[in-house]
Design a protein around this ligand. Structure first.
Ligand SMILES: Nc1ncnc2c1ncn2[C@@H]1O[C@H](COP(=O)(O)OP(=O)(O)OP(=O)(O)O)[C@@H](O)[C@H]1O
Length: 791
């Protein structure tokens, strides 16, 4: 029977200890039984994956050594550029990845030689170019695996032979692995590939003989070694002893024969003696513990001014800024397409965004860079990794930016578009002058983030051999193994670029933020107060060409099955001030918005100044856009443009309609004076009260000299104490003979200023009479409504 009591404390600790022992013992055992090998399994035939198992010479060799030492080889697949970081960090004990031996590498790690190899030259099968030696490569582009031994030799020959013989330099393009270097050759990004002899055989077989070896002899023999940490004396002793054993038993010879490789010859061993830890007989030379060097400050400082880093930084900056700007603009078009009413456009943009957000940039980069293989003409542009990288970045980033723009565009209130439309401004101008500047301010912080992302993403472009900052770093540390020093330089360059570009955009963001802007120095406006009344009223239109300003005939409007306007007929004479009153939901706003096309009618015609203006469901025509400016509109929520000053709010429409600049500025100032806002001409809307904003909105509606102004509940959004300042401006306009149609809930005002009052209910005009007649009407429903309003 089990006890329900808790375990005594002592027993509990014992239990934990037992658990630890159970788990730790096998781990501790595992460490001694396992030979941990760092290896890059993308380098066939030396090391590759087959059926998920490491295969090739290096895995076979390490398995052989491990079994001789009664251990199991455990492979840790790591790309070549990071393989020494793993060794130094203790993730494995030895690197067996066809590493060539050289002086600078030997300063960081100890090498135990175990193989020799050499290079060959590969070209496309159909090419007539037959290079035999490196000297035949002058003026050619050569692809190579990153950090390969021969790169230094090629660069040396380019300097000492090609340049001195005026034959043109050899351009080496480095790729992460041999398959990518071959793809570049097939895509005509390079003319020739320099490859390890054993690797080249394998590549040719895999690519169905699309490439051929042209060099007859193995070029540039190199010594290959196992790399171990300098202070790891026991692993050095173990490995040297095991290699000796497998050579003596003949197992080593059997293995190298299978791969057509060889143990390093004596002369190669002799010439590399100072870089390896075994002598010519394969015995360990020095058993002292040598600690690896600390941070190499001298090298670090020298690399800070390395011209290759400076050049790569310029490439990264240029590429990032161009990619960001193009993706920003393209993304904006995509966002607009996505918001369009056209379903084809919507589906196309949605699919684009879905596809390019899902595709990894790396895959996209390789697709684009390889395109010339299938479409030769594209090689003119795409063989240059800068352009291929730029196109891939733009395609991918524009998909992300489209979503940022979509969010920002959605955040702009619809009233801004309506205010633009009411001023007769067409679609593109509304977008560019009103919507984009406001949306850009909202989108800028996330867009800045994207720029930082792009700067960092450029490091991926090394797969297509673009010499960017990380690639320069990798080229350096795969040769000298000074990983931390080099990466610190890389980090400094990236941080500097990101800091610079974000600072620039931050300045732009501050520039766009009108709340942080100081008011422009006001001009001398005092002279304006001396304008005569005639000059002030002459600004208002008195262009009476027809009997009626506005004629509405048989207007009908439905929302779904609900009819909200029922056969509306109304004629407005010049100078009429008509107030539209009625209970909530009676259709007042719908009526006034359909007069200037903001709400589409289902049936009926509207004539403006005697000429047809809107006809039923027909789309607005050219005549509509020419005449819409004769209809001013004042909205309930003012709808001023927040990114423009008061004066610029007034000048937007005259500028768009190409009116005389000086004259419209003068009219704008006179109108501001008229509505009592002249002292605020250079303020932004957020610096004004609601009443002041509405007075500016009235001046803005007047600046195009409309024949009639429509007011949609102009005081409903105002605090009670601000209502009167707006109403007195409207009353003044009424007194000056301005024709106005006013939807209002301010009954006493309506009765005071109007010559006619229209009472609407359920979408119908029930009464259309003088204020006196309305007041005296015997209609109970009307009287009930008026009584309610008075309360
Ligand atoms: N976009 C829309 N979709 C569907 N129905 C709408 C839409 N706009 C208005 N309506 C309906 O049309 C009718 C008339 O609305 P409208 O806004 O013109 O009334 P109103 O008299 O101006 O009311 P209020 O005085 O409250 O502003 C209402 O029943 C309203 O619910």
């Amino acid at each position: 029977m089990m006890h329900a009591y808790p375990l005594p404390k002592k027993d509990f600790l014992g239990f934990i200890l037992a658990l630890l022992i159970i788990f730790i013992t096998p781990l501790a055992q595992a460490k001694t039984d396992i030979l941990r090998v760092g290896i890059d399994l993308t380098y066939a035939p030396f090391a590759y994956l087959e059926n998920n198992q490491p295969e090739g010479f290096d895995p076979d060799f390490m398995r052989l050594l491990a079994s001789k030492g009664n251990k199991t080889a455990q492979f840790n697949d790591t790309r070549i550029e990071n393989i020494i970081i793993g060794l130094e960090s203790g993730h494995y004990d030895v690197v067996a990845s066809a590493l060539y031996v050289n002086e600078t590498r030997a300063k960081q790690v100890d090498f135990i030689p175990y193989l020799q190899t050499g290079g060959v030259l590969l070209v496309r099968k159909e090419d007539n170019f037959n290079p035999q030696n490196i000297t035949d490569l002058c003026n050619k582009k050569v692809s190579s695996m990153k950090g390969a031994a021969w790169i230094e030799t090629i660069n040396q020959i380019s300097e000492t032979y090609c340049k001195t013989h005026n034959l043109g330099a050899i351009v080496v393009k480095e790729y992460p692995s041999a398959p990518e270097a071959s793809q570049a050759l097939l895509a005509r990004g390079v003319d020739v590939q320099y490859e390890d002899a054993a690797v080249a055989q394998m590549v040719i077989a895999q690519l169905n003989n699309e490439l051929k070896i042209t060099s007859k002899h193995m070029l540039n023999p190199v010594l290959i070694g196992l790399a171990v940490r300098k202070n790891d004396i026991s692993i050095k002793q173990d490995l040297v002893g095991l290699i000796k054993q497998v050579r003596e038993t003949g197992q080593y010879d059997e293995l190298v024969k299978q791969y057509n490789l060889a143990y390093p010859n004596q002369s190669l061993l002799a010439s590399n003696q100072q870089f390896i830890i075994t002598d010519l007989n394969g015995e360990l030379k020095n058993r002292d513990v040598v600690t690896s060097q600390g941070f190499d400050w001298h090298y670090f400082v020298s690399q800070l001014v390395n011209p290759n880093f400076v050049k790569a930084s310029w490439t990264v900056t240029k590429l990032s800024i161009i990619a960001w700007t193009c993706a920003l603009l393209f993304g904006l078009l995509l966002a607009l397409g996505n918001r369009a009413k056209n379903p084809i456009l919507q589906n196309l943009t949605t699919s684009y965004i879905w596809l390019f957000r899902s595709l990894p940039l790396l895959v996209l980069l390789i697709y684009i860079y390889s395109l010339p293989r299938f479409w030769e003409a594209s090689s003119v542009v795409l063989s240059d990794p800068f352009w291929a990288g730029l196109i891939a970045l733009i395609l991918s980033e524009s998909a992300y930016m489209a979503e940022i723009h979509r969010g920002a565009l959605q955040a702009i209130p619809n009233g801004q578009i309506e205010a633009g439309k009411a001023l007769g401004i067409r679609y593109w101008a509304i977008q560019t002058k009103i919507i984009f500047p406001q949306a850009l301010r909202i989108a800028l912080p996330p867009l800045t983030n994207q720029l930082v992302t792009i700067v960092k993403l450029t490091s991926l472009l090394s797969v297509i051999s673009l010499t960017e900052i990380l690639l320069v770093g990798q080229q350096l540390y795969t040769r000298n193994f000074l990983v931390i020093e080099t990466l610190t330089v890389v980090a400094i360059y990236y941080v500097a670029i990101v800091t610079m570009v974000t600072w620039l955009i931050k300045r732009f963001e501050i520039y766009l933020d009108v709340t942080k802007r100081k008011n422009k120095q006001p001009e001398k406006l005092t002279s304006l107060t001396s304008f005569s009344n005639t000059e002030t009223t002459s600004i208002l239109s008195n262009n009476q060409k027809s009997k009626f300003v506005l004629e509405l005939a048989n207007l009908n409007k439905y929302y779904g099955h609900t009819q909200v306007l029922k056969n509306i007929n109304l004629n407005v004479c010049w100078g009429n001030v008509i107030s539209i009153i009625g209970p909530s939901g009676s259709g007042k706003t719908t009526l006034i918005r359909s007069i200037n096309g903001l709400t589409h009618l289902d049936e009926g015609t509207i004539k403006l100044e005697g000429t047809p203006f809107i006809q039923g469901r027909k789309n607005p025509n050219k005549q509509f856009y020419e005449r819409i400016v004769h209809l001013g509109m004042v909205f309930q929520n003012y709808n001023l443009f927040p990114h423009k000053t008061v004066l610029d709010n007034l000048l937007l429409a005259p500028d768009y309609h190409k009116m005389d600049k000086e004259e419209s500025k003068r009219s704008a100032l006179i109108l501001l004076n008229k509505v009592g806002m002249i002292d605020h001409a250079f303020k932004y809307p957020h610096q004004l009260s609601g009443g002041q904003q509405q007075r500016v909105a009235i001046a803005r509606a007047l600046v195009m000299k409309p024949s009639i102004i429509l007011f949609d509940e102009p005081t409903s959004a105002l605090d009670p104490e601000l209502v009167n300042e707006v109403l007195s401006v409207i009353a003044q306009l009424a007194a000056e003979g301005m024709t106005m149609l006013i939807v209002t809930h301010e009954m006493s005002f309506a009765f005071k200023v109007s010559n006619r009052i229209i009472f609407m209910e359920n979408g119908e005009i029930i009464h259309d009479d003088s204020p006196d007649a309305i007041r005296k009407s015997s209609d109970k429903r009307l009287q009930q409504f008026l009584n309610q309003c008075e309360h």
